[in-house]
Design a protein around this ligand. Structure first.
Ligand SMILES: Cc1cc2nc3c(=O)[nH]c(=O)nc-3n(C[C@H](O)[C@H](O)[C@H](O)COP(=O)(O)O)c2cc1C
Length: 152
């Protein structure tokens, strides 16, 4: 049992701009069908679950990538999986957003964004140490792709 509450978003991993690789933080991008909803923009610590049930710690961005797209971008979920290497394209990921770390920000340079991402990763490590994957609440029937479910 867990007394924690999570937002859960699920969907197939879509190709991104490949910029994440250049920054050193490749992300698995998921479409958000729910463009308004109760899940606001921000950066979260959580877990990403693969189809085989493996759970990988993730620093997750929900928003419009304001550094690159101003306020005009479309909202999406981008998960950077910690200590993971591999190709996730086409795989369906279930992403658990557990702790809201900060708001989205438009950074002045790629270097500043990279610095912020490194800090997000450290905060995610701190959070997962107290919130192991085994303690996630049961999901039940998964939400439709791209829709946000509140769990717990
Ligand atoms: C943990 C995390 C936090 C992020 N925070 C921000 C942010 O505050 N501002 C922003 O413009 N983009 C943010 N991003 C999104 C990056 O800009 C994006 O991942 C990068 O541009 C690569 O995009 P791509 O996957 O389409 O290649 C964040 C991404 C992650 C994984």
């Amino acid at each position: 049992m867990s007394d924690e509450r999570y937002f859960v978003v699920r969907g197939p991993v879509e190709p991104g701009d490949q910029r994440g690789r250049e920054l050193g933080f490749p992300t698995a991008n998921l479409a958000l069908r729910d463009q308004r909803g109760e899940l606001g923009d921000g950066v979260w610590a959580g877990w990403a679950e693969r189809p085989d049930g493996t759970r990988v710690a993730a620093a997750v961005s929900v928003g419009r990538r304001p550094t690159y797209y101003g306020a005009d971008g479309y909202r999406l979920v981008e998960a950077f999986l910690l200590d993971f290497q591999g190709d996730l394209y086409g795989e369906t990921l279930t992403v658990w957003l557990g702790s809201h770390l900060r708001e989205q920000k438009a950074y002045g340079s790629a270097e500043e964004l990279i610095e912020a991402l490194a800090h997000d990763v450290q905060e995610t490590r701190d959070w997962i140490s107290g919130h192991p994957a085994a303690a996630l609440p049961a999901l039940g029937t998964p939400p439709p792709d791209g829709e946000v479910r509140r769990v717990g």
